[in-house]
Design a protein around this ligand. Structure first.
Ligand code: PMP
Length: 290
């Protein structure tokens, strides 16, 4: 990703893609003092940009990082870089980190850096799997307890567990991994929230009390409710997985992706999931739902 052409918005300037570099003694690299966002561009416009920027500021605040720009400036910078790059359907990655002015646990005097990169991007999962459903294993790594880390943010440090889980899943022939929470209840996938459908057509999803309450999660809950589908936000034990008929993930990158199995539990790609995905696609592209 570092040798492309084009520009990256870097501390207020448009820098050549290959020149957007940091020093090896960067605090973000050594101690994960870094927060980021993941946004999607549909038809040249960023879906829920303001919500993503607010979450970026919230994540930074929780990490004690004071962003040297306003939310409005970051919104404008995000719009500017997608226009400069000419991204029609793609991804936006704002990232904020502490610099290399100090090499110690304490980093109060480090400079706060901000970069926003964007590129044309298609499906997060193989498009064929988005129709057939992806396979998940159950990770051996759990989400940390809420009093151990700023769990409701997109702080880079939280993603160590996601990469460990995802690599393990891929090595076992799965596409992604279901991570349990610190109490052993169902939490989320490595970059997406999880939902289930029961045999009565109701939807169930874990309460985001130790993991990210995704913007897509909230959007899909609203869509489901508007269709008269009952949505139950509750604790879900792994032993319940065999009772559900359907399962899907939601996320900015994942959008609405059906899941065909979690370990030995099999699910159907049911009509409700296809319909929710279509409505989500219509919403992000400002089309009328069929
Ligand atoms: N959980 C994790 C760990 C994620 O990285 C993401 C993607 N940001 C999500 C859930 C879904 O969040 P959103 O719908 O806001 O993209």
């Amino acid at each position: 990703y570092d040798k492309r052409s084009g520009k990256i918005w870097f501390n207020g300037e448009l820098v050549d893609w290959a020149d957007a570099k940091i020093h090896v003694l960067n605090h973000g690299l050594h101690y994960a003092s870094c927060v980021f966002e993941g946004e999607r561009v549909y038809d040249n416009s960023i879906f829920k940009l303001e919500e993503h920027t607010s979450r970026l500021f919230y994540s930074a605040k929780r990490m004690g990082i004071k962003i040297p720009y306003t939310e409005e400036e970051i919104n404008l910078a995000s719009k500017k870089i997608i226009s400069v790059q000419g991204v029609k359907d793609g991804y936006v990655r704002p990232t904020i980190w502490r610099g290399s002015e100090m090499m110690a646990i304490s980093a109060q005097q480090t400079k706060i850096h901000v970069a926003i990169a964007t590129w044309e991007w298609g499906s997060y999962f193989d498009p064929k799997l988005k129709i057939e459903g992806i396979k998940l294993n159950i990770s051996n790594w759990r989400r940390p307890a809420p009093n151990t880390i700023p769990w409701d943010t997109k702080a880079s440090g939280l993603y160590m567990i996601c990469t460990l889980s995802k690599h393990e899943a891929e090595q076992q022939g799965y596409t992604d991994s279901l991570m349990l929470d610190h109490e052993g209840n169902v939490a989320e996938a490595t970059g997406a929230n999880i939902f289930f459908k029961d045999k009565n057509g109701e939807i169930h999803t874990p309460i985001p009390d130790s993991f990210l309450d995704g913007i897509t999660r909230r959007t899909v809950i609203e869509i489901a409710k508007s269709k008269g589908i009952k949505v139950n936000e509750r604790k879900i034990a792994p032993a319940e997985l065999s009772n559900f008929v359907g399962c899907f993930l939601t996320g900015t990158a994942a959008e609405v992706t059906p899941v065909s199995c979690i370990a030995e539990n099999k699910f159907k790609v049911c009509e409700t999931i296809i319909d929710l995905n279509e409505s989500y696609q219509a919403l992000v592209r400002k089309r009328k739902a069929a």
